[in-house]
Design a protein around this ligand. Structure first.
Ligand code: GUN
Length: 303
């Protein structure tokens, strides 16, 4: 028996990408400006290569310019910082994304803080984080932004909902908490030291799982009817001797109890890239002081 509605992130991200492409076309037509996204990959991690090339392709498909910088794994921190400075100064580049993780000889925090906050389409610069917490029009990290859009698209107003976020990363957990606080949720953050995680989870109307532990969240942790977003993406051995992707949530169990749930793959993942496009467009408009182009700040409705 399955009862949960499947939240189709592919379909939702397609709607957002159509909205972004329309706004990019309007920006070009009204102002002659084409947004540009620079992606930087240091080293040859195959998963990162796939992510970065997908980001480039999506940018091009949305009508934006895409600038890819591939650096060898032994690149020095100084050389990477020099590239970031160049991209900060380049008016054709509106958004800068340095794919994480970076090799050991490079301090990721130094790189993140070197990116001009106005071009910080990852929302990781301390100024972006501060603006998210204190208010003031920040660029917000793409995965939590995509999660928020899916939640509002599924549930409408989130006021008063009890939200549990599992995982306290800078990339997902912490910004997610502040986004949901801004939506008037009662937010709980759980992490590896949380006592009685299943019991805490059973109280949540909204669960965002972002811990990177394959199928950790069991069906009997879920409050009946809750909305479950699974940010995890972990490759595990499959019965046929190959491998498969699973999330942080045991999907087969949880979908029997939840009201709505994202699958892995095809849930949160596609929204992350679509939100990167939105952030690049937003950054471009802000850099040029443009306010007469309509941005798809929430998911466009299904047509
Ligand atoms: N690596 C995995 N996810 C991300 C992301 O959202 N941004 C960056 N820069 N690197 C990542």
């Amino acid at each position: 028996m399955s009862s949960a509605k499947r939240i189709d992130g592919k379909e939702a991200s397609a709607r957002l990408k159509v909205g972004v492409a329309a706004a990019v076309a309007e920006l070009k037509q009204k102002h002659g400006i084409v947004p540009g996204l620079a992606t930087v990959l240091v080293g040859e991690d195959p998963a990162s290569q796939v992510y970065v090339s997908s980001k480039q392709k999506t940018a091009t498909a949305a009508g934006m310019n895409s600038f890819q910088h591939d650096l060898p794994a032994n690149t020095s921190e100084a050389d990477l910082l020099a590239l970031v400075a160049e991209l900060n100064a380049d008016p054709a580049v509106n958004g800068i994304l340095v794919q994480l993780p970076v090799p050991k000889q490079i301090d990721p925090f130094k790189v993140i803080t070197a990116i001009s906050p106005g071009k910080d389409v990852d929302g990781l610069h301390p100024e972006s984080v501060g603006r998210l917490v204190a208010g003031g029009g920040a660029l917000v990290s793409c995965t939590p932004l995509g999660c928020l859009m899916l939640l509002k698209d599924t549930l409408g107003d989130l006021t008063g909902k009890r939200a549990l976020i599992m995982g306290r990363s800078n990339l997902v957990g912490k910004p997610m908490a502040h986004l949901l606080l801004n939506e008037n949720c009662t937010v709980t953050m759980a992490h590896s030291r949380t006592v009685d995680l299943p019991g805490v989870c059973r109280e949540a109307d909204i669960v965002v799982a972002a811990v990177g532990q394959a199928e950790m969240v069991r069906g009997d942790w879920i409050k009946p009817g809750a909305t479950v977003l699974d940010v995890g993406i972990i490759r595990v051995p499959a019965p046929d001797g190959k491998t498969k992707l699973v999330g942080d949530v045991n999907f087969a169990e949880a979908e029997k109890v939840a009201g709505a749930i994202t699958p892995v793959p095809g849930g949160v993942g596609p929204m992350t890239i679509a939100c990167l496009m939105l952030n690049t467009l937003k950054a471009c408009c802000a850099q040029h002081g443009i306010t007469d182009v309509e941005l798809p700040l929430t998911l466009p409705p299904k047509t």
